[in-house]
Design a binder for this molecule. Structure first.
Ligand SMILES: Cc1cc2nc3c(=O)[nH]c(=O)nc-3n(C[C@H](O)[C@H](O)[C@H](O)COP(=O)(O)O)c2cc1C
Length: 318
């Protein structure tokens, strides 16, 4: 155990390692080189079937980059970030150097404190984001990173999106190579491996209502996809104006900034990215729901309902 305060670089690296990532693949290589942190992709951890263009891999690395910035800033150094193009050094996404020494601001402190508290929620929520100020803060968090958090309020759009998530999930459960790929990243209860989704992290029953989760349980646990009930939580899309590698890095930073701002207020996110792994469905969502912007993530945000707790009355008609 360390007895001294971590240096800004150590704090930043540790924060980076705690970012969310697709299937908890942790598809990054974070290293220190000449006093700066290098954020590179780990191509060995690419999900070839689910994510052939490495979009979700790069979003995950973008989330790690945001944590690195926060970790450094909370230790009193202003991070100097250079986003690299693939042509410069393939696989290298960014470099972060500690810049000016300035005491941490309130937001960095709050986000740094939220890093260990943020966890993906897979299940129902007891409430939507009913706090107007928080909703505004989350939208601003995404905008500050060049992305848009688009909450869905129109019932027909929520229903349509839930149908597309369900359609993708049905197809994915039917696709052997994909379920085999997913199975490689599912860890049994008691496994000590850091990466992968652990059995304790997904609910044993399909309790996400109309937004089904990925089948981490490989049907042994969940049984057939049985979609019914209500939508809990605020459904939101994270979009970017472009769809380049730079857009995905921005989306990852925006995602983590939103998640940490939410976690600081006791709000968690559930992810339903399945239809974004089907190009036709993704284009459809872009055109019909996102006004032409590129959807990068599909989320439900809210206060997690403890397992076994009775549902509260839905906040909108179903
Ligand atoms: C790009 C991306 C896509 C994700 N897609 C899903 C998803 O479809 N379903 C899900 O339950 N979690 C999804 N997650 C959440 C990860 O599974 C989660 O971050 C990882 O297991 C680590 O757990 P933690 O977030 O609790 O630290 C996604 C995360 C990222 C960054």
């Amino acid at each position: 155990m360390r007895t001294t305060e971590p240096t800004p670089l150590q704090a930043a690296l540790e924060a980076g390692e705690r970012a969310p990532s697709v299937c908890n693949t942790r598809p990054w290589n974070l290293s220190e080189e000449r006093g700066r942190i290098i954020v590179a992709t780990d191509p060995e951890r690419l999900l070839d079937v689910a994510d052939p263009r490495a979009r979700e891999l790069v979003i995950s690395c973008g989330a790690a980059l945001y944590n690195i910035r926060v970790g450094m800033r909370a230790q009193g150094s202003v991070p100097e970030v250079a986003i690299l193009s693939d042509a410069e050094r393939p696989g290298r996404l960014a470099e972060v150097a500690p810049g000016l020494a300035v005491p941490p601001d309130e937001e960095s402190r709050a986000h740094a404190a939220a890093i260990p508290r943020r966890r993906t929620h897979r299940g129902p929520f007891s409430a939507d984001i009913d706090d107007v100020m928080l909703a505004r803060d989350l939208t601003a968090a995404a905008a500050a990173e060049g992305a848009t958090l688009q909450p869905l309020t129109a019932e027909p759009l929520i229903r349509a999106l839930s149908g597309l998530v369900t359609a993708a999930e049905h197809l994915h459960r039917h696709e052997r190579v994909r379920t085999a790929e997913l199975a490689r990243w599912v860890r049994s209860a008691g496994s000590r491996r850091a990466e992968g989704v652990h059995a304790g992290d997904f609910p044993p029953d399909p309790d996400s209502g109309l937004f089904p989760g990925r089948d981490y349980g490989q049907q042994r646990i969940r049984g057939m996809l049985d979609v019914q009930g209500t939508v809990t939580g605020t459904v939101a899309l994270l979009t970017t104006p472009g769809d380049t590698r730079g857009s995905w890095i921005a989306a990852g930073q925006a995602l983590e900034r939103v998640l940490l701002a939410a976690a600081a207020e006791g709000v968690a996110a559930a992810f339903h990215t399945q239809p974004l792994e089907e190009e036709a469905l993704r284009s459809f969502i872009a055109e019909r729901i996102c006004g032409g912007a590129y959807p990068q993530m599909i989320l439900r945000l809210g206060r997690p309902r403890p397992r076994g707790a009775r549902p509260v009355a839905p906040s909108r008609p179903h």
